[in-house]
Design a protein around this ligand. Structure first.
Ligand SMILES: [Ca+2]
Length: 237
């Protein structure tokens, strides 16, 4: 990969082979043993997000559990193990997560990552990829540590407007944590409005939007007594 800075937060990139999105591997306190996930990466010719009869596998596509990487075989099949003991930081909450890195000329037809709650007890997970025209220079925006709502609502709203203006030439925006403002240390009365506002601004974003949480996005884990362990916003959810 070669990269040439184009301005604040904008990079023109020539990918030789793969787009490599990164995803944190979130593990659950309740998961204590390793288990294996299997599935296919396939050419989703009708782009419906489902592996249908006649759709074929794609070889040599990387699948990651956030720590380790495997590649699909000649039939598009992969097998990867997730283990809660692999990363101590993940003991705060959440689920093991796997993700696909799609080749140049492809784009996912459904979510490019799944956690084990979404995958379910069958431990099978398929990733569909459609063909995609990708012209050079391939441009995206990387923004980090937004800390929404620090500085007020206008900051993220303004960022969204800027992205709308750039949507014709920028393929996607990539936000890395911290997405929220010290959400690990704050009460629900502060954090939940931040989450609601972030989701509101992220909805129907003017381009594909990829987000990765940071350490302060582990909601409420350093605010004992303020958050229920069953709260759907708590920890890495
Ligand atoms: Ca299909």
């Amino acid at each position: 990969m070669s990269a040439e800075p184009m301005g604040l937060g904008v990079v023109a990139v020539s990918f030789k082979r793969f787009i490599f999105p990164v995803v944190l591997c979130f593990l659950s306190v309740g998961i204590v043993s390793a288990h294996t996930i299997t599935g296919y990466v396939y050419s989703d010719t009708n782009s419906n997000g489902t592996l249908d009869v006649g759709e074929v596998g794609i070889a040599q596509v990387p699948i990651s559990n956030g720590i380790h990487l495997v590649r699909t075989d000649a039939n598009g099949f992969y097998q990867i193990t997730v283990d809660a003991n692999d990363d101590p930081q993940l003991a705060d909450g959440g689920w093991p997560t796997i993700s696909v890195s799609w080749p140049t000329g492809r784009w996912p037809t459904s979510n490019w990552w799944r956690n084990t709650e979404q995958i379910g007890p069958q431990n099978t997970c398929n990733f569909g990829l459609r063909t995609d025209n990708q012209f050079l220079p391939f441009m995206f925006v990387h923004s980090t540590d937004l800390h929404v709502l620090r500085g007020g609502r206008e900051k993220f709203a303004g960022f969204r407007r800027d992205m709308k203006d750039m949507a014709a030439c920028v393929r996607f925006a990539f936000l890395t944590g911290d997405l929220l403002d010290l959400a690990d240390l704050q009460d629900p009365s502060i954090v939940n409005p931040e989450i609601a506002y972030f989701n509101e601004q992220a909805k129907d974003f003017p381009m594909s939007l990829f987000c990765i949480g940071g350490n302060h996005d582990a909601v409420g884990i350093r605010r004992p007594g303020s958050w229920s362990s069953s709260d759907p916003n708590r920890a890495y959810r």
